[in-house]
Write a protein that binds this ligand. Structure first.
Ligand SMILES: C[S@@+](CC[C@H](N)C(=O)[O-])C[C@H]1O[C@@H](n2cnc3c(N)ncnc32)[C@H](O)[C@@H]1O
Length: 237
C-alpha cells in the first residue's frame, strides 16, 4: 500500500477524478465541504492586497472564499500537479476576472515559489494523500514560502472520534461512496481510495504534531465533530 503515496499514483487518481470531483466532494461530506472550506479559509482573516498561496488547489475550490470582490490587489497563486485539475482551475479564473490569479502545475515538493514570498498559505483537502514523511516536507515548504508572521490554514476530511459517528461515517466513505461512484460516476475503485486515505490520515492531530516546531505557532481545529479537521498557525520567525 506504500504506492498510494507515490506522486504518480496520486496525480493519476486526481486526473481520473477531475470530471466528477466537485460532485463527489459534495456527496462525501454530506454537502458540508463548501462550509468547511470557507471556515478553513476564514481562520487567518485574510487581508486585502496580500500574496496568498493555495496549495493542492484542485480546480480552485477555495478561491471564492479567499478573494473578496472588492480586492483587486491581492495575488493568488494556486498550485496543483494534476494536469486535469489545473486545466479546470485555469478555466475557473474567468469567474474572478478582476483578480490576479496564477495557476502553477507543480509538485508541492518541487515548487518554484521564492522563499518568504507569501502572506498566507491555504490548503483545502490536500493533506490526506501525504504520508508522515511528506507532511514533514510540507511543513518545511510552508515555512520556507511564508514571510515571517505569515499565516496558514489547512483542512481535510477526518475520522471522527465519537464511536457512533465514526462507524457511520467510515461505512459511508468506504462502502456507500464507492457504490454511488459506480452508479453515478462510473468509477468505484477511484472513490474507494478516498475512504482508504481518510482512514490512514486519521485526523489533523498528527499533522499538528509535525507542525509543532520552533518556527511555527500552531493550533488544531475541528469541524463538525471531527468529520473534518485541520490546523491553523503562524510562522514566528
Ligand atoms: C482533494 S483535492 C483538493 C482540491 C481543492 N483544494 C479543494 O478544496 O477541494 C487534492 C488535490 O491535491 C493535489 N495534490 C496532491 N498531491 C500533490 C502534490 N504533491 N503536489 C501538488 N498537488 C498535489 C491533487 O492533484 C488534487 O487536485
Amino acid at each position: 500500500m506504500k504506492e498510494i503515496y507515490e506522486p504518480k499514483f496520486v496525480e493519476n487518481l486526481f486526473d481520473k477524478m477531475s470530471s466528477s470531483y466537485a460532485r463527489v466532494n459534495y456527496i462525501t461530506s454530506f454537502g458540508f465541504s463548501e462550509r468547511w472550506r470557507r471556515q478553513c479559509v476564514e481562520e487567518p482573516k485574510i487581508q486585502e492586497g496580500k500574496y496568498v498561496v493555495d496549495l493542492m488547489t484542485g480546480m480552485g475550490e477555495c478561491w471564492k472564499h479567499i478573494l473578496k470582490p472588492s480586492d483587486e490587489n491581492s495575488i493568488l497563486i494556486g498550485l496543483d500537479f494534476s494536469s486535469e485539475m489545473v486545466k479546470r482551475a485555469k478555466k475557473r479564473r474567468h469567474r474572478h476576472k478582476d483578480s490576479k490569479i496564477e495557476v502553477l502545475m507543480e509538485n508541492v515538493f518541487d515548487n518554484s515559489f521564492e522563499s518568504g514570498v507569501a502572506d498566507y498559505v491555504i490548503s483545502g483537502f490536500g493533506l490526506k494523500t501525504f504520508n508522515h514523511g511528506q507532511l514533514v516536507k510540507l511543513a518545511d515548504e510552508i515555512s520556507r514560502i511564508l514571510k515571517p508572521c505569515g499565516e496558514f490554514s489547512l483542512i481535510d476530511v477526518s475520522v471522527p472520534q465519537n464511536k457512533v459517528l465514526r462507524t457511520f461515517y467510515m461505512l459511508y466513505l468506504k462502502k456507500i461512496i464507492p457504490i454511488l461512484g459506480k452508479l453515478f460516476l462510473g468509477n468505484p475503485e477511484t472513490y474507494k481510495m478516498l475512504g482508504i486515505y481518510t482512514e490512514k490520515f486519521g485526523n489533523a492531530r498528527n499533522t499538528l504534531q509535525i507542525f509543532d516546531r520552533p518556527d511555527f505557532e500552531v493550533e488544531y481545529v475541528e469541524y463538525f465533530n471531527g468529520c473534518a479537521s485541520g490546523i491553523k498557525g503562524r510562522k514566528i520567525k
